[in-house]
Each structure stands twice: as C-alpha cells, then as structure tokens.
Design a protein around this ligand. Structure first.
Ligand SMILES: [Zn+2]
Ligand SMILES: [Zn+2]
Length: 365
C-alpha cells in the first residue's frame, strides 16, 4: 500500500542532508535525502523517498544554476564520480538524465557546460552526418541515385568546403553558442532533470519545423533579391550541385539570418507557452541539421521521405534550387512554394504553362 503524501512538513531536522533538483517546468523543487531519518511530523519520524516543494514565487535566474551545478556540495572531482553519486540517490532518473545532471554537476558552471555541450554536439552531428554522404559519393553504385549525376564533388571541393565551414564554426558560431545558456535561461528554458516526456518533445519539435520553414521561406526568398544575393547569398550558391557538407557553406551574415529561424522558433514558443526544455531544443537542432544536410546531399532515393510524406521537401526540392537559382525557397516543406507559386524545375514550369494556356483559353471562350 502506498502511504499518503505528507503535504505540510512540520520540521525538517537540521542534520538533514539532501540533494536538490528543480523540476523541468520550474514549478517544484525535489529534495532527495542523503541520510535517514529525515522528516519529523507530530514528533514521529518519517522515512521519505523525496520531498516535493512547490515554488510559489518564481525565483530569479540564480535558481537555474542551483538546479544543477552548485548543489552537489559533497561531490567527487571526476565526471564519473559525479555520475555515481547522482545515480546512488536518484533512482527515479534514467541513465540519460543522470549523465546530463552529472555533466552540469561536474562542470560547476552552467554557461560553460551548455556552451561546450552545444558546440561539440553541433560539430559532431554536422560532420558525422556529412561523412556518410562523402562515402556514398565515392561508391559508384549510388551514382544512379544522384540528382545531377554528372556532378560528383571532388575531394578538393569537399576539403575547400570543410575549411570554410570550420572557419565559420569557430569564428562566428562559437561566440554565439556561448551566449546560448544565458539566452535560454532568460527566455525561461528549463535545464534540469527529469526531462520532459517524448511526446512533449515530439510535438514541440513538429511546431518548430513549421515555424522555421516559414521563416526560411521568406528570408531565403529575400536573400535572392539582387543586392542581398550579390553580397550575402551568392557564397552558398557556389556549388550548383550541392553535397551534404555544403549545407552551412555560407556567408556569416546568412548563417545568422537563417539561423535565427532555427533558434528563434523555440525561443518564441517558450516565450508564449513557458514550457520548453533545453534538451528539446537540442533534439530540434539535431533534426534541423539532419534536414539541412540531407537536403544538400544531392541524392534522391526511392525510399526518400518525400515519397511517403508528399509535403516534405527533401533533397530533390533543394537540389533544383541550387541548379536553377530560382524557386523552391523553403527548407523542410513544400507548401509555401506550392501556395505562392514559386516551385522550381521543369515539372513546375510545365504546370505553370498549362495553367496559363487554360486561362487564355477561358478568355477566348
Ligand atoms: Zn538560395
Ligand atoms: Zn542550399
């Protein structure tokens, strides 16, 4: 039988040693006892597994720091030591949550912890996802799936691309990634454990995809306007037959403009709903990186996603944009280009011609 929860604790013994965790919605603090017994109510001692304290007034940003790093006072020095400590007292947390909490506890500096994690994640996913495409380029079997099959990038082209991408990652993106934690805290993103549920993360990421795609459509279309194109966007169009790593081959100004959609969509969401965990943001950025790199891959397979989800853009959509420099401005979906009649390629041109003839036919009648 489960005991009734004690809602008002009369006395917490002074010797009570505990570990504090902030719930991901920032509404509760959980205290997990280190030593029993811990709570005395009506002069009887109770052994409790945890105490949940509701936060009545929102606390200032200091709390975010308290939620993780500075609370593990008696913690050992190594990362795995932290992990063991946290595992001992937090059986309710899954292994990912423990790894996460141990990282913040080990770093003792949330800005640095988030900054390093974000930067490494970005590099790892970006080059990790580009690598299979580089290998596929070297395997003749896959050439039949290449959209512009006469144009396989040379090793030299890929190396030149990698150099510029790395340069911009270290000069333009690194300082921005460093600002990420203060910005996330300011916007009210949760950073503690436990994590939100998979369902919550999935629907929030779906919303970000829609918002980002909209931002991308309009700003990318604007970047094709003469002066903007010449001064900013031209660099990205250097490769008329793109390849995975070319996704972020762009002017720093463009990285900032288009990146605003990726970072701004979750921030806007959080400002409105007040419900977002930084992990959801990470998973979203991973999904978005996969989308961008795959869209530049130059390959169209019979099993490509847009065959099953007709509104998904995929590589075929963006490859035509690189080949023809006009139309197909959106990133993830096809609806903006469809509705605003900016679809690119021979198929779209044929339909446009047919529509025009039909209109003229109607006029004659
Ligand atoms: Zn473009
Ligand atoms: Zn592109």
């Amino acid at each position: 039988m489960r005991p009734e929860p004690i809602n008002s604790v009369i006395e917490i013994r002074r010797s009570f040693r505990y570990r504090k965790f902030l719930s991901h919605n920032h509404k509760f603090i959980y205290l997990y006892p280190v030593h029993d017994p811990v709570v005395v109510v009506d002069q009887r001692t109770y052994h409790v597994s945890f105490i949940k304290i509701a936060i009545v007034k929102p606390l200032l940003t200091g709390l975010h720091r308290n939620s993780t790093s500075s609370l593990f006072n008696s913690s050992p020095d190594t990362y795995w030591g932290q992990f063991d400590e946290i595992s001992k007292y937090n059986v309710h947390l899954n292994v990912f949550e423990r790894l996460w909490a141990a990282w913040y506890a080990y770093m003792q500096n949330d800005v640095l912890a988030t900054g390093i994690m974000s930067f490494l994640m970005h590099e790892f996913v970006y080059f990790g996802r580009s690598l299979p495409w580089m290998l596929i380029d070297r395997i003749p079997y896959f050439n039949r799936y290449k959209i512009q099959n006469q144009k396989v990038p040379t090793a030299q082209e890929q190396w030149n691309c990698a150099k510029l991408v790395l340069l911009s990652h270290f000069t333009v993106e690194l300082p921005q990634i460093w600002l990420f934690h203060p910005m996330a805290v300011y916007a009210g993103l949760a950073t503690g454990v436990p994590f939100p549920s998979l369902l919550t993360m999935a629907y929030q990421i779906a919303v970000f995809f829609v918002l980002e795609d909209t931002w991308h459509y309009w700003s990318h279309r604007a970047l094709h306007w003469g002066p903007f194109y010449k001064n900013i966007h031209k660099i990205h169009h250097q490769y008329s037959a793109p390849f995975g790593m070319a996704a972020e081959y762009a002017s720093p100004i463009e990285v900032m403009i288009l990146g605003l959609g990726t970072v701004g969509a979750p921030i806007l969401w959080c400002a409105i709903t007040g419900d977002l965990h930084i992990l959801t943001m990470y998973l979203w950025i991973v999904c978005r990186l996969f989308q961008a790199i795959d869209a530049h891959s130059g390959y169209e397979f019979p099993w490509s996603l847009h065959h099953f989800l007709p509104f998904w853009a995929g590589a075929e959509h963006h490859d035509v944009h690189h080949e023809r420099f006009i139309g197909n401005y959106s990133s993830s979906f096809r609806w903006w280009d469809y509705v605003l009649d900016t679809e690119s390629g021979p198929e779209a041109a044929r339909k446009r011609r047919e529509r025009k003839l039909e209109k003229e036919g109607n006029k004659v009648q």
